[in-house]
Write a protein that binds this ligand. Sequence first.
Ligand code: ITT
Length: 184
Amino acid sequence: MRLTFITGNLHKLEEARALLSPLGIEVEHDAGGYTEIQSDSLEEIALFGVREGCKRLNRPVFVEDAGLFIHALGGFPGPYSAYVFRTIGNAGILRLMEGVSDRDAHFTSCVAFCAPDHPPVVFVGRVDGRIAREERGTGGFGFDPIFEVDGSTFAELSTEQKNALSHRARALSKFASFVRELDV
Ligand code: ITT
């Protein structure tokens, strides 16, 4: 089975391939992008994007929208994670969290799939962790150096280790179980 992943983020592509290839799902890459609507809901953003991408490419496609939700900050940056990462980055998040003892946070990932003969569907994955006191590790991307689970930041893990527990891997695993049953 061959599916097209529309994303501008090559790290996401690597994680998706590492997880889906062993399951017999070949992932092609399209960097043509999609409209990221402004919404408080990652599901809505992903569903809108996948509908548009499927229309543009006229073949089975998926997209993924993810966000970091920091509990002490009321869920910030959430659906605005890409913008916040670009503007204040990890250093800015650590500054916002100075003196804050509740470090709880989670990542959520929404994988949306659509095919010419299949309506859009979405799969959600979540991982709970904590905001570290400082950046650690050189792997991964984005907020990985400041998000820790069981004492290690995601940036301290290999792709395989991150895929054993990440939000994206959880959403992609649900997606894989679903899509393997389809004849697309
Ligand atoms: P797309 O082209 O697929 O949209 P993107 O990088 O813009 O790629 P998102 O819109 O999903 O991705 O933005 C979410 C932001 O949250 C992203 O820029 C990262 O900085 C961060 N992020 C998402 N998943 C992450 C992960 O697994 N580890 C660390 N940071 C992550």
